[in-house]
Design a protein around this ligand. Structure first.
Ligand code: BTN
Length: 333
């Protein structure tokens, strides 16, 4: 009955807080009014809150605190987003699931979303701790058929556009810590892992994986993690609507991808970078070929490499790896 849930949720979301009559829902679903009531009771048991009023019908009050696949899908369909969503309460890794679906020749664009990962992958071979805690573990999968060089700044662009989206929706101002960590204040709330497969000279497919700490409460975290990591709930000061945010993230990432493959976004990227660059003007340490490099971060070049001004005035381009701010590490996972 997933389709029935999708129909009900779309109808109730679309009415924007107004009542939808039981007859209307029954007509759309091909069910009796008692059948509609029974479906709504099942959704209530999953944490949805609806108001029922005699002669008026039902209206949506609150979404559940946990992710619910049909609700995210309902948001996406109402936004006209063409991304196929696959939702899992638990999975090894959404990026690994993307690989399996690509190997099975499934159509793109698709999104894999999970409430929990048992083998979440981080950058540089690390694990991404992925408990069920009201967070988002998401992979968007595309087939860009572009030369790899054309995708050099793709992850930076996607991180910037997600910051702009979260800034608009939540009012807090997230920042990108080069190359692909998402911060609020001095603590990390999100990370990006882009994985691509290349066929001769074209990118066959691209998986853009993103982990966002949305509703985690720091109280339950180990002290060591609390000093470096945070959640958007902590930044905003109240619980957030994780389903709506998951849909916003999919819509923003899909739009950002389309813009990137269709045109030269270099100018827009530079403008966004100036706005959302966490490291700008700060002393940072990067790992150079011959040991640590210290300098002041001065933005990025057109290929997305971090520009580091050394004490002797020389500017060095850092192309990969991880940087730490001053002497205190800002890396978190
Ligand atoms: C980082 O190390 O900062 C990147 C973390 C990326 C984690 C996300 S969660 C969804 C997707 N699936 C994974 O296994 N990893 C990415």
């Amino acid at each position: 009955m997933a389709d029935a849930d999708l129909t009900i949720l779309k109808a109730l979301l679309q009415s924007r807080g107004q009542f939808v009559s039981g007859n209307t829902l029954a007509g759309q679903l091909g069910l009796s009014r008692v059948g509609v009531w029974a479906r709504l009771e099942k959704l209530r048991a999953k944490g949805f809150q609806f108001e029922a009023a005699r002669h008026r019908g039902y209206r949506f009050l609150r979404e559940p605190e946990r992710l619910h696949g049909e609700l995210v899908r309902a948001h996406l369909e109402l936004r006209g987003c063409p991304v196929q969503l696959h939702f899992f309460p638990e999975i090894d890794s959404t990026n690994a699931e993307a690989e399996r679906r690509l190997a099975a020749a499934e159509a793109t664009p698709m999104a894999i979303l999970a409430s929990r990962q048992t083998k979440g992958r981080g950058r540089l071979g690390r694990d991404w701790h992925s408990p069920e805690d009201g967070n988002i573990y998401l992979s968007l999968v595309f087939r860009p058929h572009l030369p790899p060089a054309r995708l050099q700044s793709f992850t930076l662009w996607m991180g910037l556009r997600l910051c702009a989206c979260l800034h608009r929706v939540l009012g807090v101002e997230p920042m990108v810590k080069w190359p692909n960590d998402l911060f609020v204040g001095r603590r990390k709330f999100g990370g990006i892992l882009t994985e691509a497969r290349i066929n001769s000279d074209l990118t066959r497919d691209l998986t853009f994986g993103i982990g966002l700490n949305i509703n985690s409460e720091l109280a339950g975290w180990p002290e060591a993690v609390r000093s470096t990591a945070t959640s958007l709930r902590e930044a905003v000061g109240q619980p957030l609507q994780v389903n709506q945010l998951a849909a916003e993230t999919v819509v923003a990432a899909h739009e950002a991808y389309e813009a990137y493959v269709q045109r030269d976004v270099g100018e827009e990227l530079a403008v966004l970078w100036r706005h959302y660059d966490l490291l700008a003007g700060k002393e940072v340490q990067a790992q150079g070929e011959h040991g640590p490099l210290v300098g002041v971060a001065e933005g990025i070049d057109t290929a997305g490499a971090l520009q580091l001004r050394r004490a002797d005035g020389r500017v060095i381009a850092v192309r990969a790896g991880e940087v730490t701010l001053g002497s205190a590490s800002l890396a978190a996972g």
